[in-house]
Design a protein around this ligand. Sequence first.
Ligand code: NDP
Length: 335
Amino acid sequence: TQQILLARRPQGAPVPEDFRFVETELPEPEYGEVIVAHRFLSLDPYQRGRMDDAKSYSAPVALGAVMECQAVGQVAASRDGRFQEGDWVLGGFGWQSHSVRPAHALIPIDPTEASPSTALGVLGMPGLTAWVGLEDIGQPKAGEMLVVSAASGAVGQVVGQLGRIRGAKVVGIAGGAAKCAYVKDTLGFDAAIDHRGDLDAQLDAACPGGIDVYWENVGGAVQAAVFPRLNEFGRMVMCGVIAQYNTASGLAAHGAPPGPNLGPVVRKRLRIQGFIVSDNGWKRYGQFRAEMLDHIKAGRMQYREDVAMGLANAPAAFIGMLEGRNFGKQVVALD
Ligand code: NDP
């Protein structure tokens, strides 16, 4: 099996030398286990956090260990009655081409309902994140203004479309003209804003009545521009701050950067809440999936994937995602 190991902990932005490509012998499956041939790996921003040896909601990847990720694959050999060769499955398989897994740790996937890679994106963890965060925290109402950052990405594209389905006005913030055109024309957002341009002027034009819900995927300069525009009783869904992931160790060393003045939280009765999808999201996966499949079949939910080819390209694709080079949900396709 081919594997990508974490060779050292990145200092700031990850570089190719932080990873090592190796080939190892696959162990023989025991009774109750299956061999999975991985087809699509999921690259997600949280994996940057797993590369640091810092306190977090889950343990870091050990040095020399396979980088972790969710993946979909097909059963290549089975020693368990529940699975047959060719079955599609989802699991935490890591950045590697094959693995031996206990059958009870596999989630079966129906490839006739949607293409299997969607189990990593619109119908998987990022889609569920969007759905849970809107249901529990954002709760946009008809006519309210919802702004979402990293709007063309795996989470952002679903947040905006679910907001539109709820009747909210939706403005997406994305990097560059192509992503903005996609957000507006294909995803059907009311407006798209390029964060490489003048954020204040574009926000004033797109949100003249202020902002009721801000979905935060980015942090940094985008957050600083959006925050003062929140209306009374506004909600700020703290999903992620990807602009800050490569600087966490730097921040610890040099002190936090100046952030927005949080004083108006009181006067405006704002609600700012963070969440992690794995807290209680998967308990509601069935309801989420049924609703999302309905939306997809009815043409209300578009999605876009960015497919890197081959395991050896996983580090470069991951590094690129942190720089905004992905356009849509980043996956890696394996042979
Ligand atoms: P995306 O598919 O959105 O990819 C990341 C995108 O972030 C890039 O394409 C880029 O888009 C944008 N970005 C990167 N750096 C910057 C920057 N400096 N300034 C502005 N934008 C930047 O990733 P996901 O949808 O998978 O994740 C989005 C966010 O959601 C992340 O913060 C992630 O950590 C978080 N998340 C949180 C979960 C939770 O449970 N709380 C679960 C899943 C994800 P562009 O080119 O448009 O700038």
